[in-house]
Design a protein around this ligand. Structure first.
Ligand code: SAH
Ligand code: AVI
Length: 346
């Protein structure tokens, strides 16, 4: 448990089965202030997507997952329900470590499969930047699985994975939701290579990746009719107002999400609807925006079977099982270190 600081939690009925640990950063990552100075004050303007996920943003993301247009969650959930037994039979995990776990809803299929496989000693380690969500998700899972023990990890996975626990036994790393698509290509490679560096020969990774498909389906998923994705996007401005004493007027921005087929990615923007000046009280800086000027708030890359296999390969990992629905909308890939993959040659 090197470099983990434990914080106490009295979880009522489940107390004693849940601990929450702070993962110390393995390397310096820019603060919100630095990201704003670097990315927002000068065009082309952008901010990293991790700032969406304060308590409110995490709840909004959870609601996005329930919109009829946002197919990735439903598709991955159904896929996981179908292949969880096979994944657990291969991985035989003593520990399930999930990166960017959020509400951990889909994870229940893996934990159900762990239970069916008689591996009730298996521990669950959700790792997320949003502590309130970790606690809420933890309570839900503990109520469902009376045998389960959860060690929640609070931290920023971009700060390096060196601070992750390395408990004895076989570890199944899980990275669902196609969150890997929110990374630029080089960042995705580096991240997976960093994960591979944490893995041993008996460990494996289950990666969720959203697939290239009809642009109208993709764009609808990021422009739900109820406006929840718009609210999620605009929530970033609330975070800036709160954390940096900025004075963004939310009504002076509009949500935009468009698919770029050449880059195979959704680009999500906040577009200024007028000429305006925004002040950052804590920075002593102002931001001058013209009407129609965009701020890039997220990319969401979409993959082909080939491109996701290549990404894994470049990170030193090899897929030994590739699960997908009949319509090919999503991939769940079970991979291990390439140097030990002789057990399951492709
Ligand atoms: N895996 C879940 C949630 C996906 S949303 C699902 O498939 O539905 C992305 C999750 O990653 C959020 O819970 C967010 O809080 C977390 N996250 C985003 N950036 C992060 C970072 N840099 N470090 C740790 N967690 C992060
Ligand atoms: C977490 N991530 C994979 C989501 C996505 O689809 O890129 C975030 C999201 N943004 C808008 N809707 C959902």
């Amino acid at each position: 448990m090197d470099r983990l600081q434990q914080t106490s939690l009295a979880l009522g009925p489940a107390s004693g089965r849940f601990d929450c640990h702070v993962v110390e950063p393995g390397r310096a990552v820019p603060s919100l202030e630095e990201d704003v100075r670097e990315g927002l004050l000068f065009a082309p303007r952008s901010l990293p997507p991790k700032y969406f996920y304060d308590a409110r943003g995490s709840v909004l993301f959870d609601r996005i997952c329930e919109t009829p247009e946002y197919y990735p969650t439903r598709t991955e959930d159904a896929l996981l329900a179908r292949c969880a037994d096979a994944v657990i039979a291969e991985a035989r995990p003593d520990h399930v470590i999930e990166l960017g776990s959020g509400a951990s809803r889909k994870t229940r299929h893996l934990l159900d499969a762990v239970e069916r496989a008689g591996l009730r000693h298996c521990r669950y380690w959700p790792f997320d930047v949003c502590e309130p969500m970790l606690r809420e998700a933890g309570e839900r899972l503990l109520a469902r699985h009376p045998w389960l023990r959860i060690d929640a990890l609070v931290g920023d996975y971009l700060a390096g994975l060196d601070g992750l626990p390395r408990p004895e036994g076989r570890r199944l790393f899980v990275f669902l939701g196609s969150t890997i698509g929110n990374f630029e290509p080089q960042q995705a490679r580096d991240f997976l290579a960093g994960l591979a560096a944490c893995m041993g020969g008996r460990d494996s990774l289950l990666l969720g990746a959203d697939r290239v498909k009809d642009p109208s389906v993709l764009e609808a998923a990021y422009n739900d009719a109820a406006g929840i994705t718009a609210d999620f996007n605009l929530n970033l401005l609330r975070v800036l107002n709160r954390e940096l004493a900025a004075d963004f007027e939310l009504g002076a921005f509009r949500h935009r999400a468009v698919y770029d087929p050449s880059l195979q990615r959704i680009e999500m923007h906040l577009v200024s609807t007028c000429d305006q000046v925004v002040k950052f009280g804590h920075l002593g800086e102002s931001l001058r925006l013209e009407a129609e000027e965009p701020i890039l708030t997220e990319i969401s890359r979409k993959f082909t079977r080939g491109s996701v296999d290549q990404l894994l390969h470049d990170a030193g990992l090899t897929a030994f099982a590739h699960h997908e629905p009949e319509n090919g909308y999503f991939s769940l890939i079970h991979a291990q270190l390439s140097r030990v993959c002789h057990k399951h040659p492709l």
